[in-house]
Design a protein around this ligand. Structure first.
Ligand SMILES: [Zn+2]
Length: 457
């Protein structure tokens, strides 16, 4: 069987162009699974050919239209033709960009004109830019490019550095758009209550930077109607409280909206949350952070030696004590929880000889818990009750968000090192991806694109 794919282009003037964009032959004898339908390479080649002819025809049409003088209808003189490339998801298209001199009538426009620059301002399609930014935000640039190349036609695939620049440029634009004073106040209805989970993570810095790592802030804001948005940024790089305030506003926060700020108790994130809120705030120690510490102690208690009935009994009592500590903290009984921690530590002290390794491990974790609970006592609430009445108690989701926003792409386990500015811009793209708003934000931020060419009059 032979087949061919033909592209037919019909211009406004009725002119038709026909291009063969793909053809192949399948052996008539014995089709196999591997020869059924289009293969990836054939598909890419067809897409690339369609794109090439389509872009070429559109560019031609645009240039023809623009060559005609608005005033007298004469053709402007051609000054020269320069090669230009348009990078798109469906391949790189090379076009010849004519430059037209001013019309001889000299009235309408005295400048030269490069019509192609008007329709290819970024030298890549906005769609391509957005997809590259989204992929570059999700994966190391090299892998993002490899993955793009897997499914889309190649042809001058961009260098890793180009991808990096494009991604960060999109981040910079998203930030400018978010800060733009002309941005209308969000039309979100006034929210009843808002939970703001705020946390910090660390990013490895480039070697030229004066410190080994720097802090990034990630916040998750949840409104009453289950609407949520994440926010991320590097404190040193932005007026973060203004940006975070913008996020709160889009979720309907007004000066009278109470905001519960959930944190691990650290001063930096708490202060930022406080500063970003315009209404009344209350601070709550995130149950997630507390529960993690209790969980570590519970795990260590489970590791108590169990060779003799006596050891097994001791281990069971210890595990039970930790459970009771957990219960007391869950109900906000800080004093009683600390008393029980003290009693348990005293009992472990008496058992150090019997099981020195296990005892010191459990004791160390309980002491850590004791210190933490004592320091954050003011922020510990009756979590059981709060949960019953639907008040926020945890930013486990924020922790997951921190994981995703920072660590998957930017954490210490990743090879890449970041400058605070680069990390900040990357976070702008990543939060847009996480919020599902990248496509809309990218379109909205288009006017902040610094293009090499301005559309000519
Ligand atoms: Zn003219």
């Amino acid at each position: 069987m032979r087949w061919r794919v033909v592209l037919e282009l019909a211009g406004a003037d009725g002119a038709r162009q026909v291009h063969e964009v793909g053809a192949s032959e399948r052996s008539p004898a014995g089709h196999t699974a591997a020869t059924l339908g289009l293969g990836l390479e054939e598909g890419k080649a067809i897409l690339a050919a369609v794109q090439r002819h389509l872009v070429g025809a559109q560019v031609d049409q645009h240039c023809r239209n623009r060559r005609r003088c608005d005033r007298c209808g004469e053709q402007r003189p051609l000054k020269d033709l320069r090669p230009r490339r348009l990078v798109s998801l469906f391949g790189v298209v090379a076009v010849r960009a004519p430059r037209f001199g001013p019309c001889r009538c000299g009235i309408a426009c005295r400048r030269s004109l490069t019509p192609v620059a008007e329709i290819m301002p970024g030298r890549c399609t906005p769609e391509y830019e957005r997809v590259v930014a989204a992929m570059g935000a999700a994966l190391p640039y090299r892998r993002a490019l490899a993955l793009l190349g897997e499914f889309f036609p190649p042809g001058g695939a961009p260098a890793v550095e180009t991808t990096r620049q494009r991604t960060l440029r999109v981040g910079a634009r998203l930030e400018r758009a978010a800060l733009a004073p002309s941005q209308p106040p969000a039309a979100a209805p006034e929210a009843g209550a808002i939970a703001l989970g705020i946390d910090a993570g660390h990013i490895r810095s480039v070697r030229s930077h004066r410190v080994r790592s720097f802090e990034a802030i990630v916040a998750q804001v949840g409104g009453a109607e289950g609407k949520a948005a994440v926010f991320g940024g590097v404190p040193a790089e932005a007026d973060r409280q203004q940006q975070l305030r913008g996020v709160l506003r889009t979720l309907g926060a007004t000066p009278s909206t109470p905001v519960t700020i959930l944190s691990d108790g650290a001063e930096g994130p708490r202060a930022l949350g406080e500063a970003a809120c315009v209404g009344p705030t209350s601070h709550v120690l995130d149950w997630f952070h507390l529960a993690m510490r209790i969980q570590h102690a519970a795990q260590a208690a489970k590791g108590w030696p169990a060779h003799t009935p006596g050891e097994r009994e001791e281990g069971a009592r210890l595990a039970e004590a930790v459970e009771r500590i957990r219960w007391r903290l869950w109900h906000g009984r800080v004093r009683r929880a600390l008393d029980l921690v003290g009693e348990t530590l005293a009992r472990i002290d008496a058992m150090t000889e019997a099981a020195p390794v296990a005892a010191s491990k459990v004791a160390a974790l309980l002491r850590g818990l004791e210190t933490y609970v004592s320091a954050q006592a003011d922020l510990i609430i009756d979590y059981a009750r709060a949960r019953r009445i639907g008040e926020p108690i945890s930013t486990a989701a924020t922790e997951g968000t921190v994981q995703w926003l920072l660590h998957r792409r930017m954490g210490a386990n990743q090879q890449m090192r970041w400058s605070p500015r680069g990390a900040h811009l990357m976070l702008k793209v990543r939060t847009a991806v996480a919020n599902g708003t990248l496509a809309a934000d990218h379109v909205a931020a288009e006017r902040w694109a610094r293009r090499p060419f301005r559309p000519a009059a």
